[in-house]
Structures are given as C-alpha cells and as structure tokens.
Design a protein around this ligand. Structure first.
Ligand code: ATP
Ligand code: MG
Length: 298
C-alpha cells in the first residue's frame, strides 16, 4: 500500500493525502463509491409477523457525494445504512456498490456509529491500526497509516491513550480515523455527532467536511438534526414514517467550503424550512402510529 504523504494547510493542520484523491473527481461516473439501491425492501420476521422496516427504496448515490438521511425515529434509516454496510440483506431488490451486489461487510465501507465502538482495551493507536492489520498490512504500514490518520483528526498526542480517558468528541474522532484507515470508498455514519454538545458538534462537522474534501469519499450520513443535514450535504434524502420510503431528494447547492456563517443565509433557511415541513408531517404520522400501537396493546 502506498503510504500517504503529508501536507500542511494554511492553518497548519496536517492532512494525509489519500492515494487516489488527486485523480478522483467528485460526483463523477465510473469511479469508486457509487451506490445503487434498486427497489430494496427490508423486512424483519418478528413473532408478531413481518415488519417492513424499509419499503421499496430506489436511489443512486454518485461517487464522492455527501448525502444525508433525515426521517422520524423508527423509519428505517439505520436499517438502510446497515444494508449498505452489508450487515443485513434486503428481502426484495438489491444494493450495489460500484455495480457489484453488496453481500457482506468489506474494507471498502467504513462505519461510524452514534456511540463509539472502539476496543476499550486497546490504545487509540492500536484501535486505528486494527483495520489495516486485519486487511493484511504489516505492523509498520498499519502504524504509519494510523499515525497519519490520527494527525489528520488532531489526536497525535493521544496515540497511547485509552478510549475511556478521552472526551466524547475525541472518541468520535478516533472512530472516524479508524473507519478511514482501510481507505474505504464509502463512509457510513449513523448519527455520529448525536451525543456531542453543540460547539463540539459544529467543529466536528467542519473537520468532517475537510476530510471528505481530502479523501473524495462517498458519505452516507444519518442525522435528526436538519441544520446538520443541510450544512453538510450535497443532497438531503427525507424518509417517510415507517415503513420508510424516500419522499424527498433535495439538492443542496450551497457554496463550498461550508462555514458557519452559511447558517444564517436565506438559501440555507429556505432549504431548512422545506426539510422541517416534511419532517414535521412525517413525525406526526409516526407519533400517531405509535399511539395506535399503544392503544391496541391496552
Ligand atoms: N434487527 C432487528 N430486528 C427486528 N426489528 C428491527 C431490527 N432492526 C430494526 N428493527 C425495526 O425496524 C424499524 C426501523 O428501525 P431503524 O433502527 O432502522 O430506525 P431509525 O430510522 O434508524 O430510527 P432512529 O432514528 O430512532 O435511530 C423499527 O421498527 C425497528 O424496531
Ligand atoms: Mg437509527
């Protein structure tokens, strides 16, 4: 594996250069990280009967796109993300990564969860080295990659610390470094900043956009935060109340790089309002569904 070279940006932060980043153009066809979801339905067989978690979703996410999923609780966002990760298979339809059916998890997809899923008994460095080692790289290569990624997320000084001694934001940064350590073409993020305070969250969003820009990677990002979705993405996909379908595919043509002053612009607020109306309507449906279910049990 080619080792990443380092370059310094104007603010003096270190960035590793992904081996393919100089040759890949965002949103281009024929490159890596394209996802096709083709009429996919995901059902769970429960004791009470089948539960349709995701209903007939068809969509294409282009290589290098940043796409956010918004939708009421229980509408199937995590289920859809888990299917792209390869943790579960659709009952009907298919999911493709670069034209090939997704059948299992693979190093071409990195995942970051809401709560960190780091190994508590391993140091930060060893956590990030884990993926490259599993993929068959030597300890020297794995350590070099891990150190570069820790530098990118600003945690070089904590390489030998253990996860429990880090703040929530730092743990999530290690999680992102770990998810990127196998140079995936797709990064799947399930409410990764949901447990963070507003300031840390805002800084994490900007850091994530810098990493995304550097890696030219496809990102699927689940959130409940409308501001976050609009701030980060090229497209916001809104899901209906359960069973989840995509009910809106909103293009976000706000200028990049995105900076917090965008949050007060009229274009931003217009998009935010469109999302809020859709989410409010679907959340009311979800709320009624839950009330009916509770009444049925009483
Ligand atoms: N492994 C599973 N077995 C059975 N049912 C499941 C399983 N995983 C999810 N479900 C059900 O599928 C539906 C969708 O769940 P999912 O976790 O995808 O929702 P979500 O949109 O991510 O919700 P939230 O915003 O609360 O995280 C829910 O009714 C949930 O109970
Ligand atoms: Mg979820």
């Amino acid at each position: 594996m080619a080792l990443m070279s380092l370059m310094r940006d104007a603010r003096g932060r270190a960035f590793g250069t992904h081996p393919t980043s100089r040759t890949r153009a965002r949103g281009s066809e024929g490159l890596h990280g394209r996802i096709d979801i083709d009429d996919a339905e995901i059902r769970f067989d429960l004791d009470t009967g089948p539960l349709v978690a995701v209903k007939r979703v068809s969509l294409t996410i282009l290589s290098g796109e940043f796409v956010c999923f918004l939708g009421p609780s229980g509408c199937g966002k995590s289920t859809l993300l888990n299917a792209v990760a390869g943790f579960l298979r659709p009952t009907v339809g298919r999911l493709l990564l670069d034209g090939k059916p997704i059948e299992r998890p693979g190093p071409d997809r990195g995942m970051v969860f809401q709560q960190h899923s780091l190994f508590p008994w391993k140091s930060v460095l060893r956590n990030v080295m884990f993926g490259p080692l599993m993929a068959g790289h030597s300890a020297l290569e794995a350590e070099s990659t891990a150190r570069t990624l820790l530098d990118m997320v600003g945690l070089t000084a904590f390489a030998h610390a253990y996860p429990a001694t880090l703040s929530g934001g730092m743990q999530q940064r290690v999680g992102i470094a770990r998810a990127l350590a196998n140079y995936p073409t797709v990064l799947l993020m399930d409410e990764p900043f949901g447990a963070l305070d507003a300031q840390t969250r805002s800084m994490m969003q900007e850091s994530l956009l810098e990493l995304w820009h550097e890696f030219k990677i496809t990102v699927l990002f689940v959130t409940h935060d409308i501001d976050e979705a609009v701030f980060l993405s090229d497209r916001v996909l809104v899901m209906s109340a359960a069973p989840g379908e995509i009910i809106a595919d909103l293009r976000v043509d706000l200028q990049r790089p995105r900076t917090p002053d965008l949050l007060v612009s009229s274009e931003f607020n217009q998009l935010k309002r469109s999302c809020m109306e859709l989410i409010r309507r679907e959340s009311l449906v979800a709320f009624e569904q839950q009330s009916r279910r509770l009444a049925g049990r009483a």
